[in-house]
Design a protein around this ligand. Structure first.
Ligand SMILES: C[S@@+](CC[C@H](N)C(=O)[O-])C[C@H]1O[C@@H](n2cnc3c(N)ncnc32)[C@H](O)[C@@H]1O
Length: 269
């Protein structure tokens, strides 16, 4: 780390990792990011609720993988800035020996994540792009921490909507799927305009107008990301409903969440 030049944090332009941090109430963002997130909030005033529900889904899904599917190693693509209940904390609370590789294309994630994990040899943060999945899989730190002979938990949570159609998001998931053995699980989530079209498309416009590519997709298209995988019960759900621990009357309206999630399992043969 010491002899590398300081990373270009691109603080003059909003970035999705820091906007998400702002929405979740974190401190690792700049004025450009909070201003950009406020524009999205104007279009979709419940966006903070949506982000929190997505994050809660991620926690429940990782807990499922650790406790019920026996997964002990994770690759978290588009991991975001460290927040509450990071994947390694959830996984290592069940098994301190669990391994996690965090991957994000925003250099600020590397800076903050490396500081958080400085003394944790079972966890690494690498700068990588989900659109170049082979490079992520071949990265020396991925190779050091992940045993590709054993099932892997692959997360692409709230990141595939930053991959445009022409960048082949299904192809990206396919490359990842082909790299991991049977028993591996994929946790995916994705924002949608199915439920509250006007507000959600307002968010897409707000992000795009500030240079942050966002492509909302419908339920059918999202479900296609699970091709070649078996959907774990209860299948694709609005994230607040996926194995919810709260009773229905305490969960937000679907229109205020507008985010699908699910887990797919790679079966043998
Ligand atoms: C909305 S945040 C989601 C964070 C976390 N996965 C979660 O759901 O709580 C999206 C993250 O994806 C990252 N990201 C966006 N495009 C990416 C890409 N092409 N490759 C890797 N990471 C990307 C952003 O930097 C950001 O940290």
């Amino acid at each position: 780390m010491e002899d590398r030049p300081p990373p270009d944090l691109r603080t003059h332009q909003p970035h999705s990792a820091r906007m998400y941090d702002y929405l979740l109430g974190g401190k690792d963002h700049y004025t450009v990011d909070s201003e950009a997130a406020e524009k999205a909030l104007t279009a979709f005033p419940m966006l903070r609720t949506a982000a929190r529900e997505n994050r809660k889904f991620l926690g429940r899904a990782v807990r499922y993988l650790v406790r019920e599917a026996g997964i002990r190693q994770f690759i978290d693509l588009g991991s975001g800035l460290p927040t509450a209940e990071n994947v390694h904390q959830v996984a290592q609370s069940a098994d301190p020996g669990a391994h996690v590789v965090y991957v994000d294309n925003d250099p600020i994630v590397l800076v903050h994540g490396s500081a958080l994990l400085a003394r944790d040899a079972r966890t690494a943060v690498i700068q990588g792009d989900i659109r170049a999945p082979r490079a992520v899989l071949d990265h020396p730190q991925t190779r050091a921490l992940i045993d590709f002979e054993r099932p892997v938990g692959v997360l692409a949570v709230a990141v595939l909507h930053f991959v445009a159609d022409e960048e082949d998001p299904e192809g990206i998931v396919r490359v990842l799927r082909e790299a991991v053995p049977p028993g591996s699980h994929f946790i995916l989530s994705h924002a949608t305009a199915d439920i509250a079209p006007e507000a959600a498309m307002g968010v897409q416009r707000a992000y795009r107008s500030q240079g942050v590519p966002l492509t909302l997709r419908g339920r059918e298209r999202f479900t296609e990301f699970f091709a070649g995988l078996e959907l774990v019960e209860p299948g694709v759900q609005v994230v607040c409903d996926w194995r919810a621990t709260e009773p229905e009357h305490r969960r937000p309206d679907h229109a205020d969440v507008s985010w699908y999630g699910g887990i797919g399992r790679l079966a043998a043969g």
